[in-house]
Design a binder for this molecule. Structure first.
Ligand code: NAD
Ligand code: UFG
Length: 337
């Protein structure tokens, strides 16, 4: 029996495929490479000494999905494939809703037709919108302020309705906080195709001289040093969370939502200092205006995942910044090196 990983060549997907292969699982990856490089899959083979089956194509391609489910005995699906840039989603709502929502509908249709009803879905902490308080628990009110967040909420709703209609569906919705870091080999990592939007890849590119300086968006938040606080989680811990969620699906029927974060927030300044320490590089920065839509602080209560999945993040902030730097310094041009 195999696990289908959509978006498995991407940042979080590639790290999860490594953990799955290391756990002796058979893996099939479907990825259209719109935001990934096929070299990631070769690097996964180097790390694990194992291979996965790869299909280059879209989750929107129903015929291809049928072929994959016909050709392989698939028992569950981890669905990473999607578009994830908040700003871009405002300008390209149709593309975001099509890929993220229609893509999930088509995937679930084909899964149902083949009797496969075990699904782990990549959601995001962005679905909490402006949280009522901190830390954020799974039962907090949800809300979205952009098409990306809205698409995640729509998928969460459709998966809930799917389970109401057919109790055979077992679904884990994972709400990630801020994934950072890279595999300890430095062979796979985050490889943004454009100028990064997120803090850690931006710092990495400043460190290797591809970008001149970091802009810190706001230093007047009500946080200890005035800069934004986030719940950064090592991507390998996140990947492990998927394996735990998959195991749980077989024992805990139904649909369940888990926060995956560390529960500990770090400010932008703290991240820069930790990165400088790990890399020995100085990160030039300047303060600029707050970024639209940003909040002062955002961090998880992940106790439900700790209790029910027996999952705990094991990597420290030092390990997050060290591995980010290892990946970036070994691969200044990402997978094109
Ligand atoms: P990523 O862009 O690296 O991975 C997504 C993968 O999906 C890419 O490999 C891309 O080529 C592929 N893809 C896109 N459209 C596709 C399609 N139509 N068919 C098949 N493949 C397609 O992003 P990531 O950071 O690894 O994120 C994975 C998932 O986690 C996404 O659903 C994202 O929304 C979610 N998520 C990410 C973050 C984050 O900060 N990285 C936070 C919360 C949630
Ligand atoms: N930041 C800067 N300068 C930059 C980039 C970011 O100061 O160049 C700051 C932001 O203002 C924020 C912090 O660094 O305080 C983290 O910003 P990111 O862009 O890395 O992450 P966000 O928390 O804004 O968003 C991320 C994902 C979203 C996801 C959200 C949910 O990008 O997709 O986490 O947790 F929805």
């Amino acid at each position: 029996m195999a696990i289908l990983v959509t978006g498995g060549a991407g940042y979080i997907g590639s790290h999860t495929v490594v953990e799955l292969l290391n756990a002796e699982q058979q893996v099939i990856v479907l990825d259209n490479l719109s935001n990934a490089n096929v070299n990631a899959l070769k690097r996964i083979e180097n790390i694990t000494n194992k291979t996965c089956v790869f299909y280059q194509g879209s989750v929107l391609n129903k015929a291809l999905l049928h072929k994959i489910f016909t050709d392989h005995q698939i028992e569950s699906v981890i669905h990473f494939a999607g578009l994830k840039a908040v700003g871009e989603s405002v300008n390209k709502p149709l593309q975001y809703y099509e890929t993220n929502v229609t893509g999930t509908i088509i995937l679930c249709q084909v899964m149902a037709e083949h009797g496969v009803k075990q699904l782990v879905f990549s959601s995001s902490a962005t679905v909490y919108g402006v949280p009522d308080s901190l830390p954020i628990r799974e039962n907090f009110t949800t809300g979205a302020t952009n098409p990306y967040g809205q698409s995640k909420l729509m998928v969460e709703q459709l998966l809930t309705d799917l389970h109401i209609a057919d109790k055979q569906w077992n679904i884990a919705v994972l709400r990630y906080f801020n994934p950072v870091g890279a595999h300890e080999s430095g062979l796979i990592g985050e490889d943004p195709s454009d100028t990064p939007n997120n803090l850690m890849p931006y710092i990495c590119q400043v460190a290797v001289g591809k970008l001149p300086e970091l802009q810190i968006f706001g230093n007047d938040y009500l946080t200890p040093d005035g800069t934004g606080v986030r719940d950064y989680i090592h991507v390998v811990d996140l990947a492990q969370g998927h394996l735990k969620a998959l195991q749980k699906l077989s024992t805990r029927p139904g649909i369940v939502t888990y926060n995956l974060g560390t529960g500990r927030g770090y400010s932008v300044i703290e991240i820069i200092k930790a990165f400088e320490q790990a890399s020995g590089k100085q990160i030039p920065y300047r303060f600029s205006a707050r970024r639209d839509g940003d909040l002062a602080a955002y961090f998880a209560d992940s106790s439900l995942a700790y209790e029910e999945l027996n999952w705990q993040p094991l990597h420290s902030l030092e390990s997050m910044v060290e591995s980010s730097w290892l990946w970036q310094s070994k691969n200044p041009n990402g997978y094109n090196d």
